[in-house]
Every structure is written in C-alpha cells, then in structure tokens.
Design a protein around this ligand. Structure first.
Ligand code: ACO
Length: 438
C-alpha cells in the first residue's frame, strides 16, 4: 500500500563524521508517525538496534489498531466493545478477513463455507493417537495444525489467492474440531463430530462436552460467553505470535505451517499461556490461605529476586485498562450468575487481588493493569474448560487474526522475506586450533 507522507522529515545526525541523513516520515490513519529507515544501511552502513521491537513498526496494516494509553482496541475501525456486544465471532472473522462486516446474505454464505469444512480428514484421529494422552494440548495443537499441510496438500500454495482462501476457511472451520479432539483424546472419550446446524461456539462446546451416550444442550449464556472469548482474542495487531506467523510465512512456506508457528509462539506464559498461568496463580493463592494471603503474594511480586509476576497483569502496549479485560470481567459476572456461582471464591479472590494491585504504587507507577487473560481463565473454568486447554482456545480464536495478517502481508507489494539484522558482539576473526591444543 502507498504510504502517506507526514509533514516534515526526520534528520539523523552523527558525531562520528558520517554525513547527516534525511529520512521520510509517514503518518497512519491514527497513531504515531513512523520514520522510514530503509535507506539507512545503504547510505550510512549502520543498522538500528531495537530488541523486542519497542520502537519499530515491522509492517503497515489496516486490520487492528490499539491505543495503549487510552485502552482502545479497534478491528477494522470498529471498537471492540461494539463488536463484542453486537456481532458474533463469525461476523468478526469476516470483518478481519475481508475488511467489512457482512450483510445478511454475505454472512449466510460465509457460514455455509465454514460449516462445509468443519470435519477433519478421518485419518487425523490416527495421527492424534501417536501422542501421549497426558501431552499438553498446545503440544498436540502445534502438531495437528502443522499436520494439516500433509492432509490438505491442495491448499498449501501461499501465493495462490484461491488456495489461501480455502486454507483460511479450513483453518477457521477445523480449529474447534481439532481442539475438542485434543481434549477428548486426553480424557479418553470418543471424538464427537461437528453439527453444522449449531452456532460456531455452540458446536465447539458440544464437541467438547457431549458424549455418544449423552448429548450436550448448550446454555445460551455460556455459548455467548464462549463466542465473546473468541471475539476478544481474534486479533491484536503485531503481537509475538502474529509477528511469528508473518515472519514464518514471509519465507513462502504454506499457510498451515505458518499458523502452526503462531500456535507454538502463543503457548509461552508471557503471551497466550498467561490465562492458564493466571488461573494456576489464583489456585495457589487460594490454597495458601486465600484473600488473607494477597498481601504476602503482592510482596513476592514486588521482590525483584523472586521472579514471581502477577499473571494477567501488564501489557507491552496497554498502559491503561485492557478494554478486553473489562468485557471479560462483565462476561465473568454473567456466567457465574447463570451458573449460580456468584459467590465463587476464585472470582472473589481475583477481584480482591485486582483491587489491591490497582491501588499499589508498584503497579500504578508501572501502569500495570489487568489484561484479557486475567478474567478469561475464570470464565473458561466456569464453563467447564479444563485449565490446560485455555491456550488452545486462545489459538482457536486467534487463528483468524493470524490468517488476516498473513494475507495482508502476502498481498503487500512491499512484502519481503523478514530478516532482521544484528549487533554482533562475539569474537572477532580467529583461527581454529588443532584439538590437542584447545
Ligand atoms: N507482575 C509484576 N511486575 C510486572 C508485571 C507483572 N505482571 N508486568 C510487568 N512488570 C514490571 C516489570 O518487572 C518491569 O519492572 P521494572 O521497570 O522495575 O523492571 C515493568 O513492569 C515493565 O515491564 P516489562 O516486562 O518491561 O514489560 P513488557 O512490555 O516487556 O512485558 C508482559 C509485557 C510480558 C505482558 C508483562 O507485563 C508480563 O509478563 N505480564 C504477565 C504475563 C501476562 O499476563 N501476559 C499476557 C499478556 S496479554 C496476552 O498475551 C493476551
């Protein structure tokens, strides 16, 4: 996409005699301007240094916008609050993939395309059987998603838009089936086939909780909560897993392999694994004495030598309340109410911990607020999702965002293989000594 020049330019001056350099500035539709440093190395022989990409935009994008200071999240310009309360997940998928919300016939057509791909190749269950039953679901999901390229070789050409489209629909349609298969395998129950007359979230919950001897009638409040979890996790601009997908796909690998890379990245506790880690943290505090022990726990978090973090708090971009966390907190109330669990001790503990942290100078001064994972674990637990499956559900929901971002990258005329540079600080040139002299 042609970038819009901002007023002015950036001038880089050097104290080592290198001539100063004018660099173009570009403006986004909202958000900070960027300095285009692409000519820097060619003109000065120098790189920029930015571990963790704190000040580096790796791409231009039209998909998702976050204002971390305001605590605002937009998908294609629409506030997340509106999407989460007025649209369903498949409408959100359509929006992320194609740029606009669907009208009724576009929605029906999209639904038809997705539901015609909800089954997985029957052979996949034999592949799944190769895993240990106690394997972590994210270990299984990394394998299953990667294996899709072996099962669907007719949609692996990243550079063919038609094949990309089929692989996108396949991934969105099959993720719920694969996540529920991973779960059923872990508990030794038969797999439940998808039912296409159910909603996306309702079908997933039935595949999770029905058995051949007892059907599962999804509770509408819980289905809506699950759908909201999917919407809130659907995309989040250039986070670690999305950047992984883009970097992986930039080599021209197939879409299934690139999404499998995203699943692997998401697994980490600093990213998607935080919801599981957060719930485990709450259990630990509860086991050690509950609300009365919060002070002790917070003291540990503040002790830099303890390596203990308040999981579900803090975010690279949000320096204000994560808007998704607000919606998740509301959903948490609704679900616990619907299940008659409003006195749930874990939820009460989470609310007390949040309150104490938000009043503590350690968190206030560092602008650490709850992120989406703080309450999503409690909601999922109440719905009946086992804790180790939380991150797999995040992966299910984020798949559409990864695909939209991957498609955007491939369609960008400026797309190149991703290849960061480095500041080399290792040994200078030296010669290998014979082994006896080392
Ligand atoms: N608990 C305690 N201290 C924290 C926390 C936390 N959860 N998060 C950040 N800090 C502290 C850091 O120790 C650091 O303190 P210092 O300035 O005294 O050194 C300061 O706040 C800044 O934190 P950074 O680690 O530099 O922030 P960064 O942007 O690199 O990390 C991250 C963001 C990884 C999310 C971090 O806040 C964290 O680990 N949070 C807990 C895990 C979590 O909830 N992850 C989910 C993220 S949202 C998602 O993926 C859906």
């Amino acid at each position: 996409m042609a970038l819009t020049p901002a007023d002015g330019k950036a001038t880089l001056s050097f104290s080592d005699g290198t001539p100063s350099l004018d660099l173009p500035l570009y403006k986004g539709s909202i958000g900070p301007d960027v300095i285009d440093i692409r000519a820097l190395y060619g003109k000065t022989g120098k790189f920029t240094y930015d571990p963790g990409f704190l000040s580096t935009a790796s791409c231009n994008s039209t998909i998702t916008y976050i204002d971390g200071d305001k605590g605002e999240l937009l998908y294609r310009g629409y506030p997340i609050q509106q999407l989460a309360t007025q649209c369903d997940y498949l409408e959100t998928c359509y929006l992320l993939l194609y740029g606009e919300l669907p009208n009724a016939s576009q929605k029906a057509d999209f639904l038809g395309r997705v539901t015609s791909h909800t089954m997985v190749n029957e052979q996949m269950q034999f592949f799944l059987r190769g895993f240990r039953r106690d394997a972590h679901p994210m270990a299984v999901m990394t394998g299953l998603v990667g294996a899709l390229s072996a099962f669907y070789p007719d949609s692996i050409n990243l550079h063919d838009p038609a094949q990309r489209e089929v692989s996108a629909i396949r991934l969105i349609a099959k993720m719920p089936t694969m996540v529920s298969m991973a779960y059923k395998y872990s508990v030794g129950q038969p797999y439940i086939y998808p039912r296409n007359e159910l909603s996306y979230a309702g079908n997933f919950m039935r595949m999770m909780f029905a058995t051949p001897c007892e059907d599962y009638k999804p509770n509408e409040v819980l289905v809506r909560a699950m759908d909201r979890i999917f919407i809130l996790h659907a995309d989040h601009e250039q986070n670690a897993s999305t950047s992984t997908v883009r970097l992986c796909a930039s080599s021209g690998t197939n879409p299934f392999a690139a999404i499998a890379a995203g699943v692997a990245c998401l697994w980490g506790p600093a990213h998607g694994g935080a919801n599981e880690a957060c719930l485990n943290m709450l259990y630990d505090i509860q086991a050690s004495g509950g609300v009365a022990k919060i002070g002790e726990f917070i003291a540990q978090v503040k002790d830099k030598n303890s390596n203990v973090k308040l999981m579900g708090f803090g975010h690279r971009v949000y320096k204000n309340y994560d808007p998704r966390a607000k919606l998740m907190r509301e959903t948490c109330h609704e679900v616990l109410e619907a299940l008659g669990l409003h006195d749930d001790p874990l939820f009460k503990l989470a609310m007390s911990l949040e309150k104490i942290a938000l009043e503590d100078d350690y968190f206030v001064s560092r602008k650490l607020y709850p992120n989406v994972d703080y309450y999503s674990g409690i909601v999922q637990k109440a719905i009946g999702i086992p804790v180790p499956l939380f991150t797999a559900i995040f992966a299910l929901a984020r798949t559409v965002g990864w695909i939209a971002q991957l498609n955007e990258m491939i369609a960008d005329a400026e797309y190149k293989i991703g290849r960061p540079r480095q500041l080399y600080v290792g040994s200078k040139h030296r010669d290998v000594k014979p082994i006896a002299k080392r």
